[in-house]
Ligand binder design. Structure first.
Ligand SMILES: Nc1ncnc2c1ncn2[C@@H]1O[C@H](COP(=O)(O)OP(=O)(O)OP(=O)(O)O)[C@@H](O)[C@H]1O
Length: 268
C-alpha cells in the first residue's frame, strides 16, 4: 500500500480523499476531501472540536484513518508504517500547540534531536552549527541556543518550536495555532516570520488557526471544517460568497469585520 503516486514532484503536496476518522462511535471526519497546493499557506479553521488537529495528525501519520486515503509529497501514507521505508517523514516539520519542546534539553539540543535521528553520521560540530543556524533563522538571538525552554517567553518558545520544525529543511510545514497565547504584536511578528520563511525557503504551510488577523495577513487560501468535512476552501472573499451560515458568522461577525478593516487599512 505504500505506492508512489505517478509523478511525485508534480503532485499537490497534500491530497486527502474520502477521509473518515472516528473514535469508537464518535465520528470526527466523514468523507473529508482536501488538496493543498504547492507553495501556498493554507489556513485551516473550524469551531472548537471540529477536528482540525485530528486532521493534521492524520496527515502526518500520527492518527489512523478509518476510511479514505492521504497522499503526502507523492506518497500514500494511509495504512503505511512511516518508520519503515518511504522516507517522507523527514520532509515535513511540525510546530505543535505549546511547542512540544523537551524541557531537559536546551533550545539548540532540541533542534539537534531530529538531526541526530535522521543524520546520525553528522559530526557534533556540524550538528550544533546547523541547530544554531535554525535557531537564528527562527528569529531568536544566538544566546537562545543554550537556554532551556523554562527560561524563554511564550513567543520565544514558539520560535524555538519553529526552529525544531525547520531542523531537517522541510518542504512542508505544519503549524497548529502558532499565534495562540501571543500578544497582538508578537502574533503579527510571528505571522511575518511565517510568510518570510515560506517565501525564502519555498515552503508549503498547513496552518491551523483561530486568529482572523493571521488568515487575512498571510494565508493564500483558507479551508473550513464543519459538519465533519471541509465545507469550503478558497480565498476569504470566495468563502464569504458561499453564503454558508458558519462562514458568514465567522468572517462577518464583529471580530471578522475588525480583522478585515484592519487588513484593508494596512494595505492603504
Ligand atoms: N485520541 C482521541 N480520543 C478520543 N477523542 C478524541 C481524540 N483526539 C481528539 N478527539 C476528539 O475529536 C474531536 C476533534 O478534536 P481536535 O483536537 O481535532 O479539535 P480541534 O478542531 O483541533 O479543536 P480546538 O480548536 O479546540 O483545538 C474532539 O471532540 C476531541 O475530543
Amino acid at each position: 500500500m505504500s505506492g508512489s503516486v505517478s509523478s511525485p514532484d508534480d503532485a499537490p503536496p497534500i491530497v486527502v480523499e474520502g477521509l473518515g476518522i472516528r473514535f469508537g462511535d464518535f465520528v470526527v471526519h466523514e468523507n473529508l476531501d482536501l488538496t493543498v497546493r504547492r507553495g501556498e499557506i493554507l489556513g485551516v479553521v473550524g469551531g472548537s472540536g471540529s477536528g482540525k488537529s485530528v486532521l493534521m495528525r492524520a496527515i502526518i501519520g500520527l492518527q489512523r484513518a478509518s476510511e479514505g486515503r492521504i497522499d503526502v509529497l507523492g506518497h500514500t501514507i494511509t495504512g503505511v508504517d512511516l518508520d519503515r521505508g518511504i522516507g517522507v517523514r523527514r520532509r515535513w516539520g511540525v510546530l505543535f500547540q505549546g511547542g512540544a519542546l523537551f524541557s531537559t534539553l536546551t533550545v539548540g539540543e532540541n533542534v539537534e534531536v531530529a538531526l541526530r535521528k535522521y543524520y546520525p553520521d553528522l559530526s557534533p560540530e556540524l550538528r550544533q552549527e546547523i541547530a544554531r543556524y535554525k535557531v537564528m533563522l527562527s528569529g531568536l538571538p544566538e544566546s537562545a541556543v543554550t537556554k532551556y525552554p523554562s527560561e524563554l517567553s511564550g513567543g520565544m518558545k514558539k520560535r524555538a518550536g519553529l526552529a525544531r520544525a525547520l531542523a531537517l529543511d522541510p518542504e512542508l510545514l505544519f503549524l497548529d495555532e502558532p499565534t495562540a497565547g501571543l500578544d497582538p504584536i508578537g502574533a503579527a511578528a510571528f505571522d511575518r516570520l511565517t510568510r518570510e520563511l515560506k517565501e525564502t525557503l519555498g515552503l508549503t504551510v498547513f496552518l491551523i488557526t483561530h486568529d482572523l488577523d493571521t488568515l487575512y495577513e498571510i494565508c493564500d487560501r483558507v479551508a473550513v471544517i464543519a459538519e465533519k468535512r471541509i465545507i469550503a476552501v478558497g480565498t476569504i472573499p470566495e468563502l464569504i460568497a458561499t453564503g454558508h451560515p458558519w462562514i458568514e458568522e465567522y468572517f462577518n461577525g464583529p471580530r471578522g469585520r475588525a480583522a478585515r478593516d484592519s487588513h484593508a487599512r494596512a494595505k492603504g
